[in-house]
Design a protein around this ligand. Structure first.
Ligand SMILES: *Cc1c(COP(=O)(O)O)cnc(C)c1O
Length: 390
């Protein structure tokens, strides 16, 4: 018996230490819930907020600290917090910065689950949540109330593709001491310098371009200001928003190709969008780099790229049954939410239900242009369009 318990212990405890000095290009995957301290004094002296050392797995390991630092660099910020999904990152911002009695402004065309969250904050947490026309620009000044604490923006809206005037919104907000957050997912953090254009908080769904593999859910909240980061960090801890280090590694692994992939999506999407403009079945192509898109001039002024996501409006003569058939007929384009991966995707949306004064006609279909051959994707769309005309 004695022998057996000794052997169990020796399986758990080992004096072996791998030699130091290992150098390689990938970031190591450090898994941990428990983080060790050398003695009680070191444990007592450690502050979980201080990211120059380690406290507990929830607050991060070298692996997650590395991804946070690299994302902050990409967005030209100073601090970054990872969340278990893009939506969790949005929740983190709202929970950190809003309390009962506060007011928040959210664009009407916002990523829909963010609106679900807003409705819940209004219903159950005593927060005033108002939705505004994303094309309001400087006019947002008239909506700011004494208790307005936060203005959300999304550039562009990821379904309607409307490009808001971020600098105008930020100027109006800052004149009244209101913080501005942006969902910067569409630009991948590389086609729009959100901090340079005035925002205080950048939210990213790393699920999209940063992961690039359609296999990870993760989000990030990036800031420049220490005090603001500390407010977010406190909420991050209270909400218990830990991330898995294997997932963090998947994002780190694909980060070096972020710009190459983004530019490839961008080039292919622009070719396909331009081709779609010539099609009689399509009434309007909502691609920020094309003149037909609401806010195109703002995109041209503020953005350096466009990525792979855009929408089209079918000619009014097409019924929803026909546009549904179009989507069903696509072979290379799969039907599914999300974007930023190698596979092309297509989803129809009922835009009139998302936007109160949607001024355009025709059924909206959104494309995520993947990394397949552009000619093959055009041929696929062409055969699906032909099928609904028959
Ligand atoms: C996907 C997405 C999110 C949410 O990201 P998840 O990781 O899927 O929760 C938020 N905003 C935009 C614009 C997105 O496209």
């Amino acid at each position: 018996m004695q022998k057996k318990s000794t052997s169990t212990t020796s399986i758990i405890h080992s004096d072996y230490l791998a030699p130091e000095g290992f150098a390689a290009l990938p970031t190591a995957i450090h898994h941990a819930s428990t983080v060790l301290f050398k003695d009680v004094a070191a444990m007592r002296a450690r502050r979980w907020q201080d990211k120059s050392a380690y406290t507990y797995g929830l607050h991060g390991t070298p692996t997650s600290f590395t991804l946070e630092a690299r994302l902050a660099e990409i967005e030209q910020g100073n601090y970054c917090l990872l969340a278990p999904s893009g939506l969790a990152a949005i929740t983190l911002v709202d929970m950190a910065l809003l309390q009962s009695g506060d007011d928040v402004l959210i664009p009407e065309n916002v990523y829909n689950p963010s609106r679900e969250l807003g409705d819940w904050l209004a219903r159950s947490f005593g927060i005033s949540v108002r939705y505004y026309d994303p094309m309001i620009g400087a006019g947002i000044a008239e909506l700011i109330l004494a208790n307005t604490k936060l203005i959300w923006t999304e550039a562009p809206g990821s379904v309607s593709m409307e490009v808001p005037d971020i600098p105008a919104i930020c100027t109006a907000a800052h004149a009244r001491g209101v913080l501005v957050a942006i969902d910067n997912t569409w630009s991948g953090g590389i086609a729009f310098s959100a901090f340079e254009h005035g925002v205080d908080i950048i939210m990213q769904a790393l699920t999209k371009y940063q992961s690039g593999g359609s296999d990870v859910l993760m989000g990030a909240v990036i800031t420049k200001d220490l005090a603001l980061n500390m407010r977010l960090q406190a909420a991050h801890m209270r909400l218990g928003f830990g991330v898995g280090m294997d997932d963090v590694y998947l994002v780190l692994r694909n980060l070096p190709t972020l710009k190459l992939r983004f530019d490839a999506h961008d080039a292919s999407a622009r070719k396909i969008a331009t081709w779609l403009q010539t099609r009689p079945e399509i009434n309007q192509v909502l691609h920020p780099a094309l003149a037909d898109c609401p806010g195109h001039a703002i995109w041209k002024r503020d953005f350096t790229g466009a990525g792979g996501l855009f929408s089209v409006l079918f000619d009014v003569s097409y019924s929803e049954a026909q546009t549904d058939q179009f989507v069903n007929q696509l072979k290379l384009f799969k039907i599914g939410f999300s974007w930023g991966g190698a596979h092309s995707l297509c989803v129809p949306y009922r835009i009139q239900q998302m936007r109160s004064n949607w001024p355009h006609q025709g059924i909206l279909v959104r494309f995520n242009i993947g990394l397949e051959d552009t000619g093959d994707l055009i041929a696929d769309i062409e055969q699906a369009l032909t099928s609904i005309c028959e």
